[in-house]
Design a protein around this ligand. Structure first.
Ligand SMILES: NC(=O)c1ccc[n+]([C@@H]2O[C@H](COP(=O)([O-])OP(=O)(O)OC[C@H]3O[C@@H](n4cnc5c(N)ncnc54)[C@H](OP(=O)(O)O)[C@@H]3O)[C@@H](O)[C@H]2O)c1
Length: 311
């Protein structure tokens, strides 16, 4: 059954042009992000577990750029990175997050015309006119959000919510508070009841974070000694540091220079949650997630889980 789907209305006169869509794909060069326009067939909806969506806005995340270099592969394995790029990345549509209008659906939760937002699986891409999105990775778009606000939300919002919810406690330190994940994490932390929320960001983002993310304390890492400032806040309030949410540390040597785990893993009482690491960290985190092994102690390398996917 196809309703509210004028562009794709099936008819004997349907031309090939109507079945195609413009898509942005990763270019050939693995050493920098190159993008090219491509024409691909509009995907077909074949089951109740997905809906066809016309895309209105797309959110980009660091992971889109990291795919180009193959960030999970050590930087010294140049040939493996290059092989990964040519086999998996080159010509692949870009993007995870999107917001748009349902065009076709066989499931009762969504009907044509519904406004939705969500994420698609890796290497499927959202920088295209239409996506087929799994229903367990989308939701109805709140009317208070614009298209672009909704498209910016899925990966960073889910990351903050899923990572912090099991560890709701009293005091949290958010490293990289102005980042996509960090600025949502501060707001999620307030909702989860953290009464002391310490934000760390650069001078240029200080006022923005203060106004929009409601931290109880804020530290400018470009001019202050972060460890001393955190200790002073904790001792003044008679608090301990329960949770650290580190949005900075990753496999990239530029992010490693901040050296945050060395500063705060020992101080943190419950969980030091970080969002990035090197190949070995991801392998250990995979074992941890499978429930077979605990390798990080208080540290936890987190990544998003979709309830019905195996990842
Ligand atoms: N594992 C997962 O499931 C998952 C999910 C989402 C994201 N991630 C990863 O998490 C990281 C953050 O992603 P994002 O989308 O939130 O990044 P983003 O929006 O690109 O923000 C990065 C921010 O980090 C801040 N920063 C850089 N150095 C800093 C330092 N030394 N101290 C404090 N802040 C610093 C910068 O802000 P200032 O100008 O204020 O310094 C910058 O805006 C990325 O590595 C991403 O790949 C992982």
């Amino acid at each position: 059954k196809i309703t509210n789907w004028p562009l794709l209305k099936q008819s004997s006169t349907m031309t090939k042009a109507l079945m195609n869509q413009k898509t942005l794909v990763f270019g050939k060069n693995p050493s920098h992000i190159s993008v090219q326009q491509s024409t691909q067939e509009i995907p077909k909806l074949t089951n109740k577990r997905s809906v066809l969506v016309k895309v209105h806005a797309v959110g980009l995340n660091p992971v889109d750029a990291k795919l180009v270099v193959g960030d999970k592969i050590p930087s010294t394995w140049k040939r493996t990175r290059s092989l990964f790029h040519s086999l998996a990345v080159h010509n692949t549509p870009i993007g995870f997050d999107f917001a748009g209008t349902v065009q076709q659906s066989f499931c009762s939760d969504y009907k044509p015309g519904d406004e939705v937002y969500g994420s698609v699986p890796p290497l499927y891409g959202t920088l295209r006119e239409y996506v087929v999105a799994p229903i367990h990775q989308i939701s109805h778009k709140p009317s208070s959000l614009s298209w672009s606000e909704a498209a910016a939300m899925p990966l960073v919002g889910l990351t903050a919510l899923q990572a912090l919810k099991p560890h709701a406690s009293d005091t949290i330190l958010v490293l990289g508070a102005s980042s996509g994940t960090g600025h949502i994490a501060l707001q999620v932390a307030q909702r989860l009841g953290f009464s002391t929320r310490i934000a760390v960001c650069s001078k240029r983002n200080l006022e923005w974070v203060r106004q929009h993310c409601r931290p109880t304390h804020i530290i400018d890492y470009t001019t202050e000694d972060v460890v001393a400032s955190v200790q002073s806040i904790l001792s003044t309030g008679g608090k301990q540091l329960d949770v650290v949410f580190d949005c900075v540390t990753s496999e990239d040597p530029r992010d490693m220079t901040a050296n945050y785990p060395a500063m705060f893993v020992d101080q943190c009482q419950e969980r030091y949650i970080r969002l990035g690491g090197q190949l070995g960290d991801w392998v250990r985190a995979g074992f941890e997630r499978s429930g077979r092994l605990t390798c990080f102690g208080k540290e936890k390398l987190f990544w998003i889980r979709f309830p019905h996917s195996s990842g």
